[in-house]
Design a protein around this ligand. Structure first.
Ligand SMILES: [Zn+2]
Length: 289
């Protein structure tokens, strides 16, 4: 770390400070998650090549649902092969030490690596959904349901079988199911993705930690703006400057740690909430409804 890891004292945080963490593609890239941008991301259906930005849309799904599911099965396979890294583990540890009243993770990633690192699901908001879940295409409810570990495709030349296709149904009403992900031509939604809750958690935190996100989507941008406007302490962990970096550096309470998540976060988590200071669990913390 080029600078000493910030501590609650150096950040001037109150006792029982609360943290909101925002993570983006950078932390998953360190686990080898393919970005699906560039040539490898091209997907051929019929005689046409599609880019991910064309496929990850409601419009494409409505025109060719089976082809879109086929592509998502292939993407799931890449994510399931990847393993959470030390950055994911450090955030899961920090969440455990602070508890869900003091820690909220908001992630843009749909790969499921945070959950697989053992983070408390109550402490996490997946604002862009998850590749590993599906929901109804009809307005029959906001619930989403897990896909099975066998609903993947290792070989992109393999077709989606009739059996696999027939299982992609809403468990409540039997209508066609869709991936539970926010597509490029869709808007944030509190009922589906808890986007308002994510903003509230930032507004009620004392520290915002931004990890590996480029700042290209609107809700993350609003989260950082909210933190700056409310004069929260803001730490950005990113080996490269992002759209947020100039504002973070200009902020009196801003710190940019120019480093990878997997090397920076274990030390940062220890500096913020040392293991030795772990509080004994009380019944009200240990037992949640
Ligand atoms: Zn349904």
């Amino acid at each position: 770390m080029t600078e000493r890891a910030p501590t609650p004292e150096s950040l001037n945080l109150p006792p029982d400070w609360r943290i909101a963490v925002l993570t983006g593609a950078g932390i998953s890239a360190e686990s080898g998650i393919p970005t699906y941008r560039g040539k490898d991301g091209l997907w051929t259906t019929g005689s046409r090549d599609y880019r991910p930005q064309d496929l990850a849309t409601l419009r494409a799904f409505q025109a060719m649902p089976r082809d879109i599911w086929h592509w998502y099965f292939y993407r799931r396979c890449g994510c399931l092969k990847a393993r959470p890294n030390a950055g994911h583990a450090a955030l899961a540890d920090l969440a455990r030490r602070l508890g869900p009243d003091r820690f909220t993770l908001v992630t843009q990633n749909v790969d499921g690596l945070h959950l697989r690192s053992g983070i408390d699901p109550d402490a996490m908001i997946e604002i862009h959904g998850s590749l590993h879940r599906m929901r109804c295409t009809l307005p029959c409810g906001p619930e989403h349901f897990p896909l099975g570990d066998d609903q993947v495709l290792a070989d992109r030349t393999e077709p989606l079988t009739d059996d696999a296709w027939s299982r992609l149904k809403c468990p409540r009403c039997g209508a066609m199911a869709r991936p539970h992900v926010l597509w490029f031509d869709e808007c944030y939604d509190e009922n589906l993705y808890r986007s308002e809750t994510a903003l509230d958690r930032v507004a009620n935190a004392h520290l915002l930690l931004v990890v590996g996100t480029s700042g290209a989507t609107t809700l993350p941008l609003m989260m950082v703006r909210t933190a700056l406007r409310r004069n929260l302490a803001v730490i950005e962990v990113n080996p490269e400057a992002s759209a947020f970096t100039p504002a973070v550096r200009a902020h009196d309470r801003g710190v940019w740690l120019e480093e990878n998540a997997s090397t920076c976060l274990p030390r940062l988590a220890q500096a913020l909430a040392p293991v030795a200071e772990k509080r004994p669990a009380t019944p009200s913390r240990a037992v949640r409804p």
